[in-house]
Design a protein around this ligand. Structure first.
Ligand code: FES
Length: 104
């Protein structure tokens, strides 16, 4: 499936993400600046923070309590549409998803 990341300067990075892989893994493979994924997806770093575009917020899976807690530890301030992208997994219904990389 295709995913797009909009960078703080307005540039857009698009990449194909294999089904079942997280959007953090997809971002790292596509060298999306600002999505680090330091912990490898174990919900302990919050460096995979993204903002989910409004059109896609209803389609992503709900936030777990643990992700919710980790979202308070992001470098950029948490927003209503903040997610940790290691917890969003590529699937047909997310094809075309748009994520914003929060500015520092
Ligand atoms: S990659 Fe570390 S919390 Fe998502």
């Amino acid at each position: 499936m295709k995913a797009s990341w909009i960078l703080p300067d307005g540039r857009r990075v698009e990449a194909q993400v294999q089904h079942g892989r997280s959007l953090m893994e997809g971002a790292v493979m596509a060298n999306v600046p600002g999505v680090i994924g330091e912990c490898g997806g174990t919900l302990s770093c919050a460096t995979c923070h993204v903002l989910v575009d409004a059109a896609w917020q209803d389609k992503v899976e709900a936030i777990s309590d643990y992700e919710d807690a980790m979202l308070d530890a992001t470098e950029a301030p948490r927003q209503a549409n903040s997610r940790l992208s290691c917890q969003i997994f590529a699937a047909d219904d997310l094809d075309g998803i748009v994520l914003r990389v929060p500015g520092a």
